[in-house]
Design a protein around this ligand. Sequence first.
Ligand code: AMP
Length: 185
Amino acid sequence: MPNPRPPPNPPNAVTDLAAALRTVPDFPSPGVQFKDLTPVLADPALFAALLDRLAAPWTGGDVTHVVGVEARGYWFGAALAARLGAGFVPARKPGKLPGPTLREAYALEYGQDALELHAADLPTSARVLVHDDVIATGGTAAAACRLVEAAGATVVGVSFAVEIAFLDGRSALPVGVPVEAAITV
Ligand code: AMP
């Protein structure tokens, strides 16, 4: 019997992931086009496809730890670490980790925020992939990179599920460190 129709596109097609990404206008504040990845998380095939895309650039490399940024950087960051055979170290908002911690402050549009991590979880020999869900201006990921360097470890790459290209957040990240995004909008 002839093959009735060609197989559907595999779920790792960039278009499927981009189509599942939900853009919510004016959330959480007026003027923000919020990139909502919960539809990708909720769909087993898309979740796996996104992890495939996140892991591909670093597979076979020498990443020993993924540092994920609170809170949405945990959604894919810990799973990504498991895919890479690496450890996972959370970069948390102030006061959430029992310590001792290192802290790195960064500027927001209005005011300041900070990230902390347990330096004891990151050996100085660690080769770290920093991960967050979305890069906008790059300030958050840049702070996470500084935190890793303050711990004496090395940032070998920076990974995002979504890059908002027109904001050019990449330019805020350390020069010469590879940056990869699974979805570019
Ligand atoms: P930035 O420091 O400007 O690169 O902002 C990145 C951080 O803020 C990440 O932790 C994101 O989760 C969050 N973020 C910023 N802009 C957006 C957006 N448009 N949609 C979803 N998350 C965002």
